[in-house]
Design a binder for this molecule. Structure first.
Ligand code: MD3
Ligand code: FE
Length: 207
């Protein structure tokens, strides 16, 4: 379904076996080289979501190759199979991938009470689309506008296996996750509780 121009939601895109494989690899990345953590914001706030990155490390509000705000370690490399999955996602959403070459993934883990406030993603030096994959519990995803944090916005339920691609104008829209829906996950995904979200991005950065 096309939620707004260039924002395409594909429910149930990822087969459950591939969801389980992603859960396994994300569990390994969550252990290291940089452990998953609640990001601390410059004002002292702590995000309720836990995040681990591969390729480039995101910290508010820049990318680096080492996790200076965690343990200083270089982040795990971005695997080519994950870039290929990103291209498959763009072919599904747009019919072509136009040379999509994501070089970073942000992996967010939500427990039943975690939320993500309305924000824009502006650290990338690229207008290439963001690919989002959801696994585990469903959530309410709030997709807004490019001008303000507030209305108008559209609430969409994202379930396990759903693909969402944000390109074009939607790439710089405000968005957030106001609510997780506990107990909605299919145990066959390997997620026993909580929600995993993987976003693929092109940073436009070079070392
Ligand atoms: C629209 N993650 O990691 S995924 C994020 O579910 C983030 O964990 C949320 O927002 C999550 O930055 C939402 C959907 C998403 C991700 C990135 C976007 C939508 C986006 C970037 C630009 C526009
Ligand atoms: Fe975001």
């Amino acid at each position: 379904a096309v939620v707004s121009p260039d924002a395409v939601h594909v429910p149930g895109w990822l087969p459950v076996e591939r969801q389980r494989e992603l859960v396994d690899v994300c569990r390994a990345w969550a252990r290291g080289p940089v452990p998953i953590r609640h990001t601390v914001l410059p004002g002292g706030g702590v995000m309720s979501v836990q995040t681990v990155c591969v390729g480039w490390h995101w910290q508010p509000y820049r990318y680096s190759r080492t996790a200076d705000d965690v343990n200083g370690a270089p982040v795990a490399g971005f695997p080519e199979w994950l870039a290929e999955l990103g291209r498959e996602a763009l072919v599904e959403a747009y019919g072509e991938h136009r040379g999509y070459a994501p070089d970073t993934a942000l992996i967010n883990f939500y427990d039943g009470t975690a939320r993500m406030g309305m924000h824009q993603d502006k650290e990338e030096r690229s207008a290439a689309p963001v690919v989002s994959l959801s696994i585990g519990d469903s959530c309410v995803f709030r997709f807004g506008n490019t001008e303000t944090r507030g209305r108008p916005y559209t609430d969409v339920e994202l379930a396990s296996g759903d693909l969402f691609v944000f390109g074009g104008a939607s790439r710089f829209a405000y968005h957030g996750v106001p609510k997780v829906l506990p107990g909605t996950a299919d145990p066959a995904t390997g997620m026993s509780g909580g929600r995993l979200n993987i976003t693929l991005r092109e940073t436009g950065l070079a070392d």
